[in-house]
Structures are given as structure tokens and as C-alpha cells.
Design a protein. Structure first.
Lengths: 399, 491, 93
């Protein structure tokens, strides 16, 4: 039987570099709008950071009004996507429970609760007993929690596959194991791309290459400072349904804030923030560590050990559960911790969609919506202003 | 915390590991021998557990007596023996997995183990001799998920380690040097063997006999015994035949087997099926080297066309691509006990030389004796696997509904669909179908998937990258990981 | 009943374990798989396995197809778990 190697088209209206969740959701929305799309991935679509994602799209952990509004809009769009695509990608608003084990943590949760309520997000404050009633795997170390019912969980790989299949039905072409070798630029316009499978005429290139976005940007003479933030995660054996929704340790928020603030080149430290979610197949996914370790994705004993220890402090009932494997992924971070969704000033048709950190999954739909607006003459200027490359000094993005 | 440290950790207590331990301890190295079974011997020497009853000591076979002597030697040689212990992770001095990075000779290897009885331990070693052996290679066929479908290894373990006859009416099938031995053992214990099938032809591989003669002669006795048992009991031996499907129910298991002819490439030739009433089907096609640990360490591997399996790379001194790590035994090429013993000794001399416990001259003396013998045994092994070569057509015995990966319930149809959708390698197949992501970590389905991909227009097997094996390389209860403390250098 | 204990082996005194609420005889040194097979139980079903039945397959602890629940804890390999007096095994939890 012949395996069809995707033969590249001679030309495409838009070439997307990178088939992770960002690239494929963009491909779907553009293709649906009648734009002729080619997406290339250096390996298999979904095989990068997306395949390592902790499967949750959270609302109550957003630390600013803007971030919350964005996440909310994105989830609404994901709801639409869910309806349109017909496949489930295991998407459900199973909620999230942010749990505190110390008074300081509970204070933080209470403060956040006030803020989130004022921003219109429905969150319930629970004491330890109520938390355990909601999530019986929790142990007695939990003294309080906040519950956000709208938070969602997703199967990131299934989302990618569903979008790719739908995009193909609208005429998009996907090419795996195809690497971008160069971008042909004349003046401030793009003429074509050179790939490992041949040359394709195009006038628009979208860089959605995740942790490799810097490499791709450089091919167009643009310097993007994307640093990889390593995260180790764990997968357990399949279990009968024993929890609903995502558990987050309040320590997580401290971990996230600290790690993102440290991207300015300080001493790499490993921080741990526990998240726990049970996926449709029954396995538990336990996240995650955060450390700057360049592109090193090796598992470490300390990472595995620390995740297990901290998890069992929260959920001692899971002590007998078998760990199947530890794995690691790289979150692409920008210098200020906020994503880039922007035309490149010098070459407007070279669009950077990069640096989503650990929020790529949640941000995928809203990002694709922004790109759709941008390319169909209907840009959401206000929203895009938050993610523009122009917020960095010229020296940071110099050619 | 103080952690026991050893010069050499030998992982695997079969003939290769046992030989390595004897050599290493005789030169004064501190050695720990680790095996995940309850007793030593690997898959060559099998006996009832110490508490599990006994056979009449006067009726021990030559092999059983040999094993008793060997166990005594090991008990007296000064090695620390850890049984029922599974190594779930090996980390370097910085606490990270190896993945192709070279080991620092000063920091060596940190091993983390789980005991069968629960509980865990850590230990450190300067060198590793890996002798993890092989396991049976079952191929999917309709009904293979029914209770009563077993591998030859399972039948042997039940008979020899547990004193249990697993079935009364048995079909023995597949291919390999063990099928005959297993059939004879079943007959000896009063089971009925309705037939012995061999997917190979009667004369397959015979052209290579001359080069294999020396090795063959040493095994003639064993083979002759088994053959005469089959003849005595008038067991039909059907070459170029395979099990087409197992019939039965999930509750009661196998009730019948349908067999049929296969051609020289293993493809089914329908039209002459026969059905046997059986309660047990014992079937596997050769062996798969147990490479989870060698992959976990990031060693170079290559595809052995003869074995139709991936093996770790090694040189004549049993060194692998990672300094300080040696391999020995069936994992290198399924060559049987004589080769395993030679390699075990070689690996130990090699490790001793590297750590300065033997001079180059002393080591050279041993190499000059062992290496020619090893080569002779390897020639025999090559003949053996030409005879029992895995035929590509055998993969076609399965239909689209047949499960390919048990742990994740992935049917053959899903694999086909993935390949049709442009997937062409193990990575893509694993990502899309979840094949290999279950409890057995792909030990049974990944090797078969590699063959399937190649046979269906994907990359040739030799070009496939094996998926990475991430720790823990066996499922470990979280409490057993939490209970461990970090080794000082792992912080 | 297809599986039988070999008569030529001298065994110690038997004890009882419980499988799905029913008493099953076992001898010291026997695995759960052995005791269950000898009692005619060769199909185990577990909740967490996606396919219908669990059973002895490789007999050496590598295939994870023989999982049972022991004393309330799931996913013990029957072929590697030694039977002990009073053990409660469930195959259909």
C-alpha cells in the first residue's frame, strides 16, 4: 500500500510553520474562511510542546483582568470549535479546584476570589471539608479551596488532529517532516519559502513554531527572544473515574509567577506546582516543574520525585497508584511572559505567533481568531495591541 | 543518606549475568546482582521457589544439578544479590537520564529499584553489565486475547517455576527452537499436544548448517530428546502452518483453534483450514531482546535483520556506546546459554580492565580465549535465526478488529488508518493511536508495529527510530518513589 | 478445568485466599495466577483495562495482561504476586 507523502503545492496563499495547537487551529480557521493554507511541520503535527501539555485550560489562575478576559473569550471560541468540529477532543468544562494547604495560600486564594468575582468569573470558596466532598481524593492537608466551574480540560492532540482533518476538508494541505529552510524576501514582501521538500510560492508566512520560533524567525531576518522553560510531568496507569475537574495546588500560582519573572537570565531554579487531572482514558496527568534548562528534555529523578512527593501530600489516597512514565516538555517564553501575535514591522507579511508559555492550549482559539481578523481585513486592533512585536525595543527584534 | 555503592551492577541473573558475577568477584570487584524474578537463573534455569514445594532430589536432571552448583558459587562469591527487584530508573551524576550523554566515570550510575514485595531502594555503581535477556514475541491473530492463549515462556514458567500444568489439550505453534522443547515438556506432564506447528519450512535455513555445526553438536542431545517424545506420542508436526484464529469466549477462554497453511513468506494460504478442540494455544514467533533498559540509557541500537529485532550495539569486548555500560547474553542476539556465558565473562573482564582491576595484558589473555569461542557461537545463532526467521506475511494473520496493542486496546485497523493518513514511523503511530503508551510500555506492540509499518509502505525497519523510553521503565507505585530519598548527587 | 497442579511435587500445607468472594486453595510459593488457574479461573476482568478480559499471557511479568485487585488495591500482576493466607482478590471490581 502506498503511503501518500504529502506533495507540496506549487503555491499557497498562507504558509504556516508549525503544526502544534496554535498552528493547526489557525490553519482550520483560515481554511474555513476560504484561504488556501499550507502547514508544514518539521516532525509530526502535534509532536512538539502540544503533545506534552497538561490538558487543562484554566480561568481562575489568570492573574490579571486582561488575561482573564482573554482566557474567557478563548474558551467561548473553543466551545464554538467543539460544536463545529464534531469530534470531541475530550473537551469539557469540568471545572478546577484551587487548593490551599497553608493559611498564606488560603489568603491568596481569598484575595483572588474577590478579584475574580469582580471580573465576573463565578468562583466558590470552600473550606477543607467541602473541598474533600467535591474531590474525594484530597487529603486532610487541604484547608480550603476555590472552585471555578467553567474551567475546562482538553485532549490537545485530539484537538490538533480534529482541526487538521477539518482544515484538510476545506482544502488545506499539511506536510509532516518538512522543514523550513528559507524565506525569499524582496523588499518588504515575501515571495516564496524554501522547504526541505521544495519551494512554495507564497506572500504570507505565519511563524507558529513554538520553542523553535526563534530559529524560524531568523530565516526571515527577525530576532525573537523565545526561551524554553522546561516542565516535567507524570502519567499514571489507567484508573476508574475518581476525580472530576482539575486540581491545582495554590503553590502553583507562586511557582508560575516566580518562573516567568526569572526569564531575564537569572540562575535556573526548579519550582514545582502541582496540577492533577484525569483524562478520558483514565490516566492521571500530574504537572509540573518549571526550570530553565535550555532545550534539555531529559527526565530527572529529582523532578519525578518532587512531583510525586508533593502530589501525595495533597492526595495521599493515590499512594498505591502506579506511575507509568515521567516526561518533559518545553514552554516557549517571551522576555515579558506575554505572547507575540504580530506582523513583523519590517516585513508585514511575516507574522509571528509565538511565546505562549504554558497557555498555548487555552489561547489557541482566540489567537486563531486574531489571525483570521488580521488576514481578512478585520483586525481587532485593541486586542492585537497587547501582543505586538512593537512593545519590544528595536534592538530586541533587529534584523 | 548513605547509599550502597558497587564497582559493578549486574542486571539480570541468567547465564550471562551469573557468569559475569563470578568473573567480577574473582578479581575483587564489589558486585551487586539484580534480578526481578524471585529466583536466579533467568529463563534458562527454572525451579520452584524455595518455599514452593520440592521435586525429588534424586531425580534432578543434569541441568538442575548444574544450577544448584551455580547458585552455591554465587552465594559464596561475595556478591550482593537482590531478587524480586526491578530497576525502574538509572540516572547520571546530575540526576538526569542518560539519553546519549556520556557518563562521568567519577559519578557513575544511580539506580532506583522497586521490590516486588513493595518498598524501594537506591544504589550506585561505577559500571553496569546489562544481561536482561529476551521475551517471547507473540504476533496478533484473531482471538489471541482469549484466556488460554499463552506464550511458550508462560507455559515453561508455569510448569517449572510453579508446578502447574496450564492446559490439558494444547496446540503448540509459532516458530523457534523452543516450541519442540515446550511440546515435549507438556507431553511429559501428561498433557495432550494436538499438533506442533512451525511457520518455517522443514528445510529452512539448512544451507547454513555447515557453518553452525560446532554449535549444533553441543545441542543435539536436547533436540533429540524432544523430537523422540513427539514421535512417541504421535504428535503431528506441521511445517509451514500457523494458527489462523482462536475460538472461545471471554469467560471460558479458548475452546478451539483454526490452523492453516502459510507460504514461504508467511502469508496465509486459505482453503485447507483445520480445526482442533483445545483449551490452550501456546504460540510465539521467536524472541524480542529486552531493550527497555538499554533504550532508557540512550545506548545506540541497530536492527538485526536476522533476528528481526533491535539490539544494542556492542563490540567484541561487550562495550556499548556509553562508557561504563556493557551488555551480555541473549539481549545481544539470542544465541543461547553457551554464548551468554561467554559474553558474561567477556563483559566482566572488560569492565575490570576499564576500572584498572586487570592489566591490559591480563585482559588480553582472557579475550584471546573467549572471543573465538564467542564468534563460533554467534555463527550458530545466525543459523538458528535464519531457520526461524520471522516471515513478514505472518502479520497478515490479524484482521482489522484484532487488537494490536492490548494495553491501550488499539486494533490493527487503527494502525492501518494511521499509516494511510501519512504516518510512516513509530513516533507518529504512537502519537496518533496511543499504541505503546500503556502498562507494558510498548514491549509487545512496538516491535510488532515496526514490522507492520515496514511491511505496509512505511520506512524500512532499520531506518525507524525507536521511541524513547522514559523512566520509570516499569510501572512503580508512587508511594515507592516518594519513600526514596535523593542520592546526594541527584539534588 | 484445564490447569492442574503437577502431582510429583511435594507441597506444604495449603491455605485459603478469596477470589471474588469465593474461597480458593493456594500453596506457599504459588502466585495468584497459579492458584486461580488451578481453581479453574482463567479470565480476570479489570475495570481499568480497555479490553474485555485480563488473563495470563507471558507468565513473566512483562505484558501486564494479568492484572487483578488485591485487598482493595488495583493493578497487581497476578503472575508476580505471591498468594498469602487471607488475601482478597477481585477480578471484577
Amino acid at each position: 500500500m502506498d503511503i501518500s507523502v504529502n506533495t507540496l503545492p506549487r503555491k499557497a496563499e498562507v504558509v504556516i510553520i508549525g503544526g502544534g495547537v496554535i498552528g493547526t487551529v489557525i490553519a482550520y480557521m483560515l481554511a474555513k474562511a476560504g484561504i488556501q493554507v499550507l502547514l508544514i511541520d518539521q516532525k509530526e503535527i502535534g509532536s512538539g510542546t502540544t503533545s506534552k501539555a497538561a490538558a487543562a485550560a484554566l480561568l481562575q489562575t489568570k492573574t490579571s483582568a486582561k488575561k482573564l478576559a482573554l482566557a474567557n473569550r478563548s474558551l467561548l471560541l473553543l466551545d464554538d470549535l467543539h460544536d463545529q468540529l464534531g469530534g470531541s477532543f475530550e473537551y469539557a468544562h469540568t471545572g478546577s479546584l484551587l487548593a490551599a494547604t497553608t493559611e498564606d495560600e488560603f489568603q491568596l486564594i481569598k484575595q483572588m476570589y474577590v478579584t475574580l468575582q469582580s471580573l465576573g468569573l463565578t468562583v466558590d470558596l470552600l473550606d477543607g471539608q467541602q473541598a474533600r466532598e467535591m474531590m474525594p481524593v484530597l487529603g486532610h492537608s487541604v484547608i480550603g479551596a476555590s472552585y471555578s466551574p467553567r474551567d475546562a480540560q482538553i485532549n490537545p492532540l485530539e484537538l490538533v488532529v480534529a482541526c487538521a482533518q477539518a482544515a484538510k476538508r476545506y482544502g488545506a494541505v499539511f506536510a509532516n517532516y518538512t522543514k523550513l529552510l528559507g524565506i525569499e524576501i524582496v523588499g518588504d514582501s515575501i515571495v516564496a519559502v524554501q522547504t526541505s521538500a521544495g519551494r512554495v510560492l507564497t506572500d504570507t508566512v505565519i511563524n507558529a513554531a513554538g520553542v523553535w520560533a526563534s530559529e524560524v524567525a531568523r530565516l526571515g531576518g527577525v530576532e525573537l527572544h523565545i526561551s524554553p522553560l522546561k516542565g516535567e510531568l507524570l502519567v499514571t496507569e489507567r484508573l476508574p473515574p475518581l476525580m472530576h475537574g482539575t486540581l491545582i495546588a495554590a503553590k502553583y500560582l507562586l511557582s508560575k509567577a516566580r518562573a516567568e519573572g526569572e526569564v531575564g537570565g537569572r540562575t535556573p531554579k526548579r519550582t514545582v506546582g502541582i496540577t492533577l487531572v484525569q483524562v478520558a482514558h483514565g490516566n492521571l496527568i500530574v504537572g509540573s516543574t518549571r526550570e530553565l534548562a535550555d532545550y534539555d528534555m531529559r527526565s530527572t529523578f529529582a523532578g519525578i520525585h518532587e512531583l510525586v512527593k508533593q502530589l501525595l501530600e495533597l492526595t495521599p489516597a493515590l499512594a498505591h497508584v502506579h506511575l507509568l512514565r515521567g516526561y518533559a516538555g518545553l514552554r516557549p517564553l517571551t522576555p515579558d511572559g506575554s505572547p507575540i501575535v504580530s506582523r513583523t514591522p519590517q516585513i508585514p507579511a511575516f507574522i509571528q505567533v509565538a511565546g505562549f508559555g504554558g497557555d498555548g492550549l487555552a489561547m489557541s482559539a482566540i489567537t486563531a481568531d486574531m489571525i483570521l481578523g488580521l488576514l481578512t481585513g478585520n483586525p481587532d486592533h485593541e486586542l492585537l495591541a497587547n501582543f505586538s512585536l512593537e512593545r519590544f525595543s528595536p534592538s530586541e527584534i533587529s534584523i | 543518606m548513605t547509599v550502597p555503592g558497587f564497582d559493578i551492577a549486574v542486571i539480570g541473573g541468567g547465564p550471562a549475568g551469573l557468569a559475569a558475577v563470578q568473573v567480577a568477584t574473582s578479581a575483587g570487584a564489589s558486585v551487586v546482582l539484580i534480578d526481578d524474578a524471585e529466583g536466579l537463573g533467568g529463563h534458562y534455569y527454572k525451579e520452584l521457589p524455595p518455599s514452593g514445594g520440592s521435586r525429588d532430589p534424586k531425580r534432578l536432571s543434569k541441568k538442575e544439578r548444574e544450577f544448584q552448583r551455580l547458585k552455591q558459587l554465587i552465594a559464596q562469591c561475595g556478591a550482593t544479590t537482590l531478587l524480586g527487584a526491578r530497576v525502574w530508573g538509572i540516572f547520571d551524576g546530575s540526576g538526569a537520564t542518560f539519553n546519549g550523554h556520556s557518563a562521568n566515570p567519577d559519578t557513575g550510575f544511580s539506580l532506583y529499584l522497586e521490590d516486588t514485595s513493595g518498598g524501594s531502594r537506591a544504589l550506585a555503581a561505577r559500571s553496569l553489565i546489562l544481561a536482561p535477556g529476551v521475551y517471547d514475541r507473540p504476533l496478533p491473530f484473531p482471538g489471541w486475547e482469549l484466556p488460554g492463549v499463552l506464550t511458550p515462556g508462560a507455559v515453561q514458567n508455569q510448569l517449572e517455576k510453579q508446578g502447574l500444568l496450564p492446559g490439558k489439550r494444547v496446540l503448540v505453534a509459532g516458530s523457534g527452537p523452543l516450541q519442540m522443547v515446550v511440546a515435549a515438556a507438556l507431553l511429559r506432564h501428561s498433557a495432550e499436544v494436538v499438533a506442533l506447528l512451525d511457520s518455517s519450512g522443514a528445510l529452512a535455513g539448512m544451507r547454513d548448517i555447515p557453518s553452525a555445526l560446532p554449535g549444533l553438536m553441543s545441542r543435539v542431545g536436547e533436540g533429540a530428546d524432544s523430537l523422540s517424545a513427539l514421535v512417541r506420542h504421535r504428535v503431528p508436526v506441521l511445517f509451514r502452518h500457523a494458527v489462523y484464529r482462536a475460538i472461545g469466549t471471554a469467560e471460558s477462554g479458548v475452546q478451539a483453534a483454526v490452523i492453516g497453511r502459510v507460504d514461504a513468506q508467511g502469508y496465509p494460504i486459505p482453503g485447507a483450514e483445520k480445526e482442533f478442540q483445545v483449551d490452550t494455544i501456546c504460540c510465539a514467533y521467536g524472541f524480542v531482546p529486552s531493550i527497555a533498559m538499554t533504550l532508557h540509557l540512550g545506548l545506540d541500537h541497530h536492527y538485526d535483520e536476522n533476528l528481526s529485532a533491535f539490539v544494542p550495539g556492542f563490540d567484541e569486548h561487550m562495550k556499548t556506546s556509553l562508557p561504563g555500560v556493557y551488555v551480555a547474553g541473549d539481549v545481544t542476539g539470542v544465541g543461547g546459554k553457551p554464548l551468554a556465558e561467554l559474553q558474561g565473562q567477556l563483559a566482566a573482564y572488560s569492565a575490570l580492565e576499564s576500572m584498572g582491576k586487570l592489566t591490559n595484558q591480563q585482559a588480553a589473555h582472557y579475550y584471546s580465549r573467549l572471543i573465538p569461542s564467542m564468534r563460533r557461537e554467534q555463527r550458530f545463532a545466525r543459523f538458528l535465526w535464519k531457520r526461524y526467521r520471522l516471515l513478514p506475511g505472518l502479520l497478515e494473520l490479524a484482521d482489522d478488529d484484532t487488537l494490536f496493542c492490548f494495553c491501550e486496546a488499539v486494533p490493527v485497523g487503527a494502525l492501518r488508518a494511521c499509516l494511510k493518513d501519512g504516518g510512516c514511523d513509530l513516533f507518529g503511530v504512537k502519537l496518533r493511536t496511543r499504541l505503546g503508551m500503556g502498562n507494558c510500555q510498548g514491549r509487545y506492540c512496538i516491535p510488532n508495529a515496526a514490522l507492520f509499518i515496514a511491511a505496509h509502505g512505511g520506512k524500512p525497519v532499520a531506518e525507524l527510530d525507536l521511541p524513547s523510553i522514559r523512566p520509570p521503565i516499569v510501572p512503580v507505585r508512587m508511594k515507592d518513589i516518594a519513600a526514596l530519598e535523593l542520592l546526594p548527587q541527584d539534588e | 478445568m484445564n490447569a492442574f497442579r503437577l502431582p510429583e511435587i511435594t507441597r506444604g500445607a495449603p491455605f485459603e485466599i478469596e477470589v471474588d468472594g469465593q474461597p480458593v486453595m493456594a500453596y506457599e510459593g504459588e502466585t495468584l495466577a497459579t492458584a486461580m488457574q488451578a481453581a479453574g479461573i482463567r479470565a480476570f476482568a479489570t475495570h481499568a483495562q480497555p479490553h474485555p478480559s485480563s488473563r495470563l499471557f507471558c507468565g513473566m511479568g512483562t505484558c501486564y495482561q494479568c492484572l487483578v485487585t488485591v485487598d482493595g488495591q488495583p493493578n497487581y500482576q497476578a503472575c508476580r504476586t505471591l498468594a498469602r493466607p487471607g488475601m482478597k482478590v477481585e477480578t471484577h471490581p
